[in-house]
Design a binder for this molecule. Structure first.
Ligand code: HGY
Ligand code: MN
Ligand code: MN
Length: 419
């Protein structure tokens, strides 16, 4: 490795190799509309984990798996007693997810390893590429639960006991797919954590910037609500005597939306999952289960939204005569990332003459929990029309390559590889 080559600014990853890996991984769980359905701990998730692990072993990494199924591909450094410089993201997807959400961060990490190999760069500290289990929070709630256990936010029993709507637990499913690892979860030092991810919103595209220097992420609150009224015949039952659980849920959905709109700019309020029982066209719904997702960058606003939601839901349930089980199942406060890591990302953009801007993440990421146990920052790249959590999710190869180059620079700087 010549002296000039060892200088950080001109190091480049192989964008074509990264793109080919993304397209290869996208075949696992691919959907007709060009997206992926690879729910956490399904056989397809196992297939993607196996492929990633094989690629990393081919690149000379050792693989460890912890008790939450988190995978760590480790590339040794000169001094392996140093805490690793870590990157990574997730391989699980939404039911109608895209090819890049999560996968990009995992394969950008692999591309960094492959590039370091190509250039014979030996970093001072070891490098690790992580795959975090169940980041999406789609099959199992809450989201980012496995990185949360790694960061000590949740205990292991809580994590393993998370169950899907069919009652299958994460622990059972980890065993079934062969990813119930033997390593303790977390409790070890991480020198720094960087996560590359598509923005999943329209800001970078609207501002015509290639990289988002992510300074933090907004807070989230998730709720599960079960309304119980009375099933009855849709014909003979007079309107005024009904206890219609779906009417109650519909009014509450309207209030969720109103609370979101009244806390602009920035508030987000969504009901994405609803189950109606018995879900028959001529039976008054006796029971409805639905989930609420609230977000805001300011904790105090999020608390205000929370208080208002609890009141309006109680009022609606009382008005219709419904029983209501209202549970807040998850609270993840707003996060500010580490100044030194954020500036490592920013200077990597400046060094590479890459258009960039500071941005706060609207989505949650495993980096939010890693930031509790390690200096952390994220690197965003644009996605077409800001659309994500949708099979049409799309990204430009050159943007993904630029993000990977920034990741390489930031990791090398922190791994103080340049002698
Ligand atoms: O919900 C989120 O923000 C992430 O996609 N888990
Ligand atoms: Mn993601
Ligand atoms: Mn996602």
């Amino acid at each position: 490795m010549s002296d000039t080559q060892a200088k950080g600014d001109n190091l480049r990853t192989d964008g074509n190799r990264l793109w080919d890996s993304l397209m290869e991984m996208a075949k696992i769980g691919e959907t007709e509309k060009g997206g992926v359905c690879r729910l956490a701990l399904t056989d397809l998730d196992r297939e993607s984990r196996d492929l990633f692990s094989r690629w990393c072993e081919d690149a000379g990494c050792s693989i460890t798996v912890d008790k939450m199924g988190n995978i760590f591909a480790r590339r040794p450094g000169k001094n392996n007693d140093l805490p690793p410089i870590m990157t990574g993201s997730h391989l699980d997807s939404q039911p109608t997810g895209g090819k890049y959400d999560g996968v990009y961060g995992v394969l950008a990490g692999l591309e960094v390893v492959r590039t370091l190999n190509d250039l014979n760069i030996e970093t001072e500290a070891p490098i690790e590429v992580a795959v975090w289990t169940n980041e999406e929070g789609s099959r199992f709630a809450p989201a980012m639960v496995a990185s949360g256990v790694f960061a000590g936010v949740f205990d292991l029993d809580y994590g393993l006991s998370r169950a899907d709507l069919d009652g299958k637990t994460m622990g059972e499913e980890l065993e079934r797919i062969g990813y119930a690892g033997d390593q303790d979860v977390g409790g070890r030092e991480v020198g720094a954590y960087f996560e590359a991810h598509i923005e999943q919103g329209p800001i970078l595209e609207n501002e015509d910037k290639t990289i988002g220097v992510v300074t933090g992420a907004q807070g989230q609150r998730w709720y599960e609500v079960t309304l119980t009224g009375q099933e009855a015949h849709a014909g003979p039952t007079p309107m005024h005597s009904r206890k219609d659980a779906l009417v109650g849920a519909a009014r509450m959905v309207g209030e969720v939306n109103r609370i979101g709109l009244e806390n602009q700019p920035n508030a987000c309020a969504t009901v994405g999952l609803m189950q109606v029982t018995p879900n028959s066209r001529n039976v008054i719904p006796g029971s409805v289960f639905f989930c609420i997702d609230f977000r805001h960058p300011k904790d105090e606003v999020l608390s205000g939204m929370d208080a208002e939601l609890r009141k309006v839901c109680a009022d609606i349930a009382a008005d219709i005569g419904l029983e209501m089980d209202f549970e807040e199942i998850w609270y993840s406060p707003p996060v500010a990332f580490d100044e030194a890591c954020v500036s490592a990302v920013r200077s990597a953009c400046e060094g590479g003459n890459i258009g960039h801007m500071d941005i706060v993440s609207g989505a949650g990421h495993d980096a939010c929990y890693l930031s509790r146990v390690a200096p952390t920052a994220m690197i965003f790249t644009p996605c077409l029309n800001g659309i994500s959590h949708n099979e049409i999710e799309s990204a430009e190869p050159e943007h993904l390559e630029a993000g990977c180059n920034v990741l390489l620079q930031a990791m090398i700087e922190r791994a103080n590889a340049i002698q």
